[in-house]
Design a protein around this ligand. Structure first.
Ligand SMILES: [Zn+2]
Ligand SMILES: [Zn+2]
Length: 201
């Protein structure tokens, strides 16, 4: 199954991608699922029925949470999570709540994640492929893969329709709800894939 794990709707100030556009075009991009990961909010759930849509697309809610130590994609019951926590506080909370955190674009020059957070074992999943990173920024994640036991996923980080699905995560098992997504990310039954070439055809 191919999931774009990192997509921003207009609820993120930086994005001009409408939820309606995502729902309309995701299947045609070859995606089986999309995770909505707006900045510090899961409010997309107010206008969406989470789960399998009439066309078979699985839409799940998460968020991209900003900490001083880096951005993390969070999946779990975090609708009421206070914003602005430090990673040292946030990541154990995510774990206790049965969720999962993904270090987003960890080597992006402008918003990197601190290696000590990864070294501590508090976050065990990294976004090895991010659609808005440079190739070099993505490749640097390999350094961490050599040093730490990490699961790797990918997401487009789409802010426009053009970017939707350029990068995705391939899961070995079907993902039908948040719980299955969290389990697959935790166990590492996934890999990041670059679909950009497919779009170019
Ligand atoms: Zn980010
Ligand atoms: Zn993002």
């Amino acid at each position: 199954m191919l999931f774009d794990l990192h997509v921003h709707t207009r609820l993120s100030a930086c994005s001009c991608l409408g939820l309606d556009q995502i729902l309309l075009h995701a299947r045609a991009r070859g995606l089986d699922g999309v995770c909505l990961t707006d900045h510090d909010t899961m409010a997309a759930g107010r206008t969406l029925r989470e789960g399998i849509q009439p066309d078979g697309l699985c839409v799940l809610l998460g968020m991209e949470y900003a900490t001083p130590q880096g951005d993390f994609l969070l999946f779990g019951p975090f609708e009421n999570m206070p914003t602005g926590l430090a990673a040292d506080l946030l990541l154990p909370m995510v774990e206790r709540a049965g969720g999962v955190a993904v270090a987003a674009h960890p080597f992006r020059t402008l918003r990197p994640a601190q290696e000590r957070v990864i070294a501590s074992g508090a976050c065990r999943v990294v976004e090895g492929l991010n659609g808005r990173n440079s190739e070099q920024e993505n490749r640097r994640v390999d350094l961490w893969l050599k040093r730490y036991p990490l699961s790797v996923c990918g997401g487009s980080d789409a802010h426009t329709l053009d970017e939707l699905g350029r990068v995705a995560t391939r899961f070995e098992q079907p993902i039908r709800d948040r719980r299955e997504l969290i389990e697959a990310l935790r166990t590492g039954a996934c890999q990041g894939v670059n679909l950009g070439a497919v779009h170019a055809q």
